[in-house]
Structure formats: structure tokens, C-alpha cells
Design a protein around this ligand. Structure first.
Ligand code: S3P
Length: 482
């Protein structure tokens, strides 16, 4: 294929040597032929080709996963608006936190380059974000745009414009714009003020008690961040508990919060003194989930995934896999800068189908694509309900998982608010697409490990949004030398 470069891995913005360049002649040919995993690049797109051997593939090893995406965004944002220095260890060096860092740099925060395990943020203080000279670009990141809106709307006398990539520009922003407008915010956007690009004229806001119709940490966090600069008490009540990283980190930085766990309500008192902190970001359980499922479904596998965040609002995936009879044990449980962490050991075993619905959904919202893959290998039927939110993620994850896994032969039906999967049908390799959604790209790669023949995943570069080292780690656990 002219113009394609095999195995060119882009890590931290750097083009690594191509396998073609580093291997010569027959040796190159035979290694490429024996490779399970090949990444090919052309212009800005990558195709990941996975051809598992007919027998004998098992996943082995001890791995570290990248830092938690949600915690990484919050550490950068709170670091930027606090007084003094924040040192972040283990920050996710993916595309999404890079978007957050770029936005806050444009508003005056000094953030060291995102290329090492320790990132330093020199905070500028609450209410001191500067009016940026250009449009803020949140890239692919819903968390960047929605959380940042709460801060921008509450900065009087400053004008901000925010945009994102094609996926983000199609995602609903009214869920945060509406409550911010109730607080007095001035925000304009396309499609009746619901889509980015958005223009925000900062204001002094008034406190509200917002009853959110959806259990969304992005909505909750947006309102709490707006409440930082608002006189009095701002409260958010959500129908079920969503991830609580904002609550934990705001308190650690000095904000005064009242949490009522019985009613899923959080109240923030305006104008706290926020002070820079040291934040150690645990590994992202949403990234660990790919390996939990991979090792469960590839016979003879055993993986130890170290340093995984097990915040109770995030471990729905562990609970769902337990319902499916997965063999997962938690080792070395500990607390690191206010977040619970453990090492997870997973061994392959026969899974069984289950129903995933109700209050657990917000606690595993990002893991539904990979749980759908697990369900293909489970005995009986798995039903996922109450998950209509998946239609407005980086892609319509219900439609995309149903269409792409069907191409591989899975017995999967799209429901209005979920998926129904009957396990036990063997998968065949196929040409599939990530729809530029990182979690779809990685879920399809794990499904491909068990398929007969070759699977090609187009637009696989999306994985770098949350997991830049995904392909390298996949090669390592497969014992694939490339
Ligand atoms: C996130 C919250 C979730 C999740 C997203 C990250 C966050 O979105 O899907 O990947 O960091 O707050 P919602 O709050 O919209 O469910």
C-alpha cells in the first residue's frame, strides 16, 4: 500500500521510527507476517490490524495504565484557579488533558509541558482567568468544555469563545447551559444555544439549587465550579450518584462543600480560598477495563494491573464483571491523595450473561462498549438498559457498537436505551471503524483478539485521546514483538 508506514506509533506527539525502516529484507517480511498487531499510518489516520494466531494466544504480564482522565482534567483546572503551585504526578498525557492544559494556558495559567510524569501548574487565583486572545479549543473533550463553562460564565467582564472538534460540536451543551442561564449566565451557541461553538459573556452569577434530570458528573461539576465564584450556596441534586472526583478534589484544595449522600446533593459555598496541592493521579479504571475484559475472554490469560483508581463511584465495571462471574481480585488496597487505589489481578474464565441497568449505569458509563465485548463471550443473554446517555458520547456508542460488532458476527441488537447481546457466537475478523471514538477503537481491538482471521480497525488513532500507549501495551500483553 503506497504511502503507508507500518508500525509508526505516535507517542507524546513524537513520530517513532517505522518498523519498515528499522527492519531489513526477509527478516522484516517474516516478522511482519508473524505480527499479531500492526499499526499503519497514512496522513492523520491509523489502521490497527489484529490477526490472532489460530491457537495459543494468551495474555500475560504486569501492567501500568495511564492516569485517570477525569482526575487529570480536574487537577489541571483546580491547579490553574488556585493560589500557588500544584504538582501533578501521574497525569494522563492523552489528547484530552492536553486540550484542557492548552485552554488554561491561554487564560494565563503557567502549566509545564505535558511530557513527563510530573506536571507543575502555577495557579493564578480564583476569579483571575484572563480573557483569551483567541477561541478556546476543547478538542474532543466534553469534560474540558462542560467543566470550563462553569468557570467562564462566572468571570465577570470577560468574553470567551469555545469550540471543539466535529464530535464535540455535535454533543449537547444545553445540559450545562440551561442551569448556568438559571444562575444568570450569558451564553450563546448554535442550534438554539445548545451546540458549540459557544460565546460566553462572564457575569456575577446568583446561587441556585439545581435538580439535574441526568446523573452526570460533567453537569454536577460545571455547576459546582460556577458556584465557586458565586455568593452564597449553590446546590446540585442528581437522580443517581455520578463520579465524585470534583467533590473530593475541591475539598482537598480548600473549598467548603456539604455532601448529602441520601439525596445525591452537593452544596458549595462561594468564594473559598483555593490553595495549590500535590495531586497523585491513580490509573484510570476506564482504561484498565480493556485489560479486565481482554484477560477474562482470552483463554489461559492472567494480568496484574497495578495502581488502578477504585473510587466507589467508578467501580460499576467491577460489579458488572462480578455479576458475570469474572475472576478478578483486588490486591494492595490503599488511599492515595484522597482516592482509593488497588492492584487488580484478572484471570480468564467462563463469563455468564447478566442485566446491567439502573443506578449502576453512571458508575460504568464509559465501560459499556467493552462490557458489550465481554457479553459476546458470556453464556446466555446480557441486557444493558437505562444507557441512552451513550448516544451523546464521543459517538453514538450504542449504534456504533451494535453495527461494528455485528460486522464481526456478534449477536447484538440495539435497544433505544441499551444493547441486548446473546453470547456464544464466535467472532470473525472484519473491517470496522472507530467512528473517531477512543473507547470504540480499543473495545474493537479487544474483540479482535478472539476473532478468527484478520480485523482492521480504521481511525484507530482515536485511542490516544485517553490511552496513547494502548497499542504498545497490547503488543506487550500478547507477547508480540511487532
Ligand atoms: C466525566 C463524566 C462522564 C464520562 C466522561 C468523563 C467526567 O460524562 O462519560 O468520560 O470527567 O466528569 P457524563 O458526566 O456526561 O456522564
Amino acid at each position: 500500500m503506497a504511502g503507508w508506514a507500518h508500525q509508526r506509533l505516535f507517542i507524546m506527539g513524537k513520530a517513532w521510527p517505522t518498523l519498515e525502516n528499522s527492519l531489513k529484507g526477509d527478516r522484516q517480511k517474516s516478522m511482519m507476517q508473524n505480527s499479531i498487531i500492526i499499526l499503519q499510518s497514512a496522513e492523520n489516520q491509523q489502521t490497527l490490524t489484529i490477526t490472532p494466531p489460530n491457537t495459543g494466544l494468551s495474555l500475560q504480564g504486569t501492567l501500568n495504565i495511564p492516569g485517570d482522565k477525569s482526575i487529570s482534567h480536574r487537577a489541571l483546572m483546580l491547579g490553574a484557579i488556585a493560589e500557588g503551585e500544584t504538582v501533578i504526578e501521574g497525569l494522563l498525557l492523552g489528547e484530552d488533558p492536553r486540550s484542557t492544559a492548552a485552554c488554561f494556558r491561554a487564560m494565563g495559567a503557567k502549566i509545564s509541558p505535558l511530557n513527563s510524569e510530573s506536571v507543575t501548574v502555577q495557579g493564578i487565583g480564583l476569579g483571575k482567568l484572563q480573557e483569551p486572545l483567541d477561541v478556546l479549543n476543547a478538542g474532543n473533550s466534553g469534560t474540558t468544555m462542560r467543566l470550563m463553562l462553569g468557570l467562564l460564565a462566572s468571570h465577570p467582564d470577560r468574553l470567551f469563545c469555545v469550540t471543539g472538534d466535529a464530535s464535540l460540536r455535535s454533543r449537547p451543551m444545553s445540559r450545562v447551559i440551561k442551569p448556568l442561564q438559571e444562575m444568570g449566565a450569558n451564553i450563546w451557541g448554535r442550534n438554539d444555544n445548545s451546540l458549540a461553538p459557544l460565546a460566553i459573556q462572564g457575569q456575577n452569577l446568583k446561587p441556585i439549587h439545581y435538580h439535574s434530570p441526568i446523573a452526570s458528573a460533567q453537569v454536577k461539576s460545571c455547576i459546582l465550579l460556577a458556584g465557586l465564584m458565586t455568593d452564597g450556596k449553590t446546590t446540585v441534586t442528581e437522580p443517581a450518584l455520578s463520579r465524585d472526583h470534583s467533590e473530593r478534589m475541591l475539598q482537598a484544595f480548600g473549598a467548603n462543600l456539604e455532601v448529602d449522600s441520601a439525596t445525591h446533593s452537593v452544596t458549595i459555598n462561594g468564594h473559598p480560598k483555593l490553595t495549590g496541592q500535590k495531586v497523585i493521579v491513580p490509573g484510570d479504571i476506564s482504561s484498565a477495563a480493556f485489560w479486565l475484559v481482554a484477560a477474562s475472554i482470552v483463554e489461559g490469560s492472567e494480568l496484574l494491573i497495578e495502581n488502578v483508581g477504585i473510587n466507589p463511584t467508578r467501580i460499576g465495571v467491577l460489579e458488572a464483571l462480578k455479576m458475570m462471574d469474572a475472576d478478578i481480585t483486588l490486591e494492595n488496597e490503599r488511599l492515595i491523595t484522597g482516592e482509593p487505589v488497588a492492584d487488580l489481578r484478572v484471570k480468564s474464565c467462563q463469563l455468564k450473561g447478566c442485566t446491567i441497568e439502573g443506578d449502576i449505569i453512571p458508575r460504568l458509563i464509559d465501560e459499556i462498549p467493552i462490557l458489550a465485548v465481554a457479553a459476546i463471550f458470556a453464556e446466555g443473554k446480557t441486557i444493558i438498559k437505562d444507557a441512552a446517555e451513550l448516544r451523546v458520547k464521543e459517538s453514538d456508542r450504542l449504534a456504533v457498537m451494535a453495527s461494528e460488532l455485528s460486522k464481526m458476527g456478534a449477536n447484538i441488537t440495539e435497544l433505544p436505551d441499551g444493547l441486548e447481546i446473546t453470547g456464544g457466537t464466535p467472532l470473525n475478523g472484519a473491517e470496522v471503524d472507530s467512528y473517531t471514538d477512543h473507547r470504540i477503537a480499543m473495545s474493537l481491538a479487544i474483540a479482535a483478539l478472539t476473532a478468527k482471521g484478520k480485523t482492521m480497525i480504521n481511525r484507530a488513532e482515536a485511542a490516544a485521546i485517553s490511552y496513547p500507549e494502548f497499542v504498545t501495551t497490547l503488543q506487550e500483553v500478547c507477547g508480540d514483538k511487532g
